[in-house]
Ligand binder design. Sequence first.
Ligand code: FE2
Length: 279
Amino acid sequence: MSTPIQDDVFVEATSALPASAGTSQPPRPASPAPDPDRAVAARTRQFDNARLRQDFADQGAFLYLDDFLAPEVTAQLAQSARDLLVEVNRNYLPGHKQGGSVSRHTIDRLAPFIAQLYRSKELIGWLEQMSGDRLQVSPADDPHAYALYYYTRPGDHIGWHYDTSYYDGRRYTVLLGVIDESSCRLDYELHTRNPDIADQPGSVQIPPGGLVFFDGDKLRHRISPAGENEMRVSLTFEYVTNPNMRPWRRFISNMKDAIAYFGFRQVFRQLMKRSGDTA
Ligand SMILES: [Fe+2]
């Protein structure tokens, strides 16, 4: 059996914590968080959802909307993203990836609104309508379930890749624009896994409140490098059609996350907690 391995696995990484690391302060109290279900429903009921469903299918399981989130939701996310700057874990994989991330485990502690939005029945229902699949939230130990990605230093980027599913079913990605004071673009190629349709390149700069939704195994994509004095933060949600993962794939997935994204402490602390180890 061959195991799909993304090209960012097993590359030596250097981790550079931001200069402010270790001075973590609790987030400042923000204005009352909006109700995620109500905010999502207020937007999605204005859309021509039949047409969007057709667009998603025609584009090989890909959809881009430049104005998806309600403004109060975008504002809440941007505030959380700035509050969590001190929590960013930076990674550098030569030639492929440079940037920062905050995993779901940190979000759970410090920005619970994001976790509520991730689980919003209105959001999941709309994504199911677009994809035609029954979607489930990712298992509790998957740090990609919801995560913030930071492009804050010159050259921060991620090279061409797929969001490969290590699960038994499909893995869908939602990418939400949170802060964009940058020249970074999402470059992508549609239909690369469909031999009957010619590859179709595209490129978007995702404004705050914008949404990208795609099947991770079908969309080849990258984020182009940030320039000087730029800042971009995006929020990604991952949903699956079957949360089961075979042990070998689980190992590969954990190693990739530890090396390429969140650091060994984040990933393996959760695993040890699960196995009853309190270290
Ligand atoms: Fe990706």
